[in-house]
Design a protein around this ligand. Sequence first.
Ligand code: ADP
Length: 424
Amino acid sequence: MRSFWQFEASWISGLLLVALLAGKVSGAYLAAFTGALALYLLRHILHLYRLLAWLRSGKRKMPLGSGLWEEIYYLLYRLMRRNKRRKKRLLHMLERFQTATAALPDATVVLGVRNEIIWFNDAAITLLGLRKSDVGQQVINLVRFPQFVEFLRQPQPHTQLDSVDIASPVLMDARLQVRIVPYGEGLRLLVAQDVTQLRFMERVRSDFVANVSHELRTPLTVLKGYLETLEDAQEQMPRRYFQIFKRMNEQTRRMQYLIDDLLMLTRLESDHKPRSEDVPVPDILREICDETALMKEEHAPISLEIATQAHITGDKSLLYSAFSNLIVNALKYTPAQGRITVRWLQDEIGLRMEVEDNGPGIAVEHLPRITERFYRVEIGGVSNKDGTGLGLAIVKHVLSRHNAELRIRSKPGEGSCFGCYFLH
Ligand code: ADP
């Protein structure tokens, strides 16, 4: 038995003894025992009163007690101290978290289920112009750019765009890249990063490529002009120059393709919106297939399967060039005894243009990088020396400007399937 129980037992036995003696002396046993019980109860009521007063006051100093009550006071005191320490630790952690988020260069805003602001860091004040009094307000009432509002309203996490660029509502000429990260129950973290410098560098690079391509155009036209003149004089040319002349023609043609593709990419990267017109995809595919078939004397047959007559809205010339890039690639890389199928179909995901071939295929390790500029894969036995390595980059850009995706399935030795997915 613990000592406080012993103490309590001796208290009770003491009281009983006193009651017994008092009863013996007075002969009123009932009154003596009732008095002892009342005394015992009084002691507990007194301690309960002290306990209540102590808990209410929140004072550190523990009330004095003996036996059972000393133990109760001590255990409560220990619990209180433990809670205090835990609270202190949590406060410290919170402080550290707040200092860390305050030091973050990116604006960070915690949004509730209705997009109301719950919390934000200091960078949100500088970059988004939020004020302490904005807590509880819907963020779209404070940052009103249409693309931002549309981005925020997109269902999460199935977002088509994973970030959106907006101008800073407070900093002149600053560009912000906004991302949304869902977390917890219905909460979302809005992170806005200052990408002004990055966008500036991208524009410088893009302008540089556009300028160089433009500047190269003139000397190339002159060269091509001379080569065309020489073509008429081929008859009088010594035979040993024939091969050189052929290579010169090939290389100028390749340079022309490169310049055209680079200019197309810079056009795609520029901020201007693509045209929004009716695009009769079935007609376009027929036209491309007919034209492409004339490109190579001996080639794999192209079969066209039009399963829907649906049109889409977009930039006709951009889409023409994307589709034609895929069909030309299939023709270029599939041997003459192979087979190419071009499809236009609709299913539960949306509309889809597909180019399937049973050519050499692409090894899986190349697939993640295949749409990068100038990324080319050496294909055994098939010459891709005419390629620029820019075709698939163009396709990807064109599709992303139409909220569509390029998906590639390919197996070496079995063939490839390039799908342009126009999602709902
Ligand atoms: P390129 O001008 O070299 O064709 P692309 O960007 O169009 O540039 O294609 C990049 C690379 O992807 C090509 O070099 C080729 O290796 C590979 N590729 C593209 N289409 C096919 C295809 N239908 N079959 C096999 N490989 C392909």
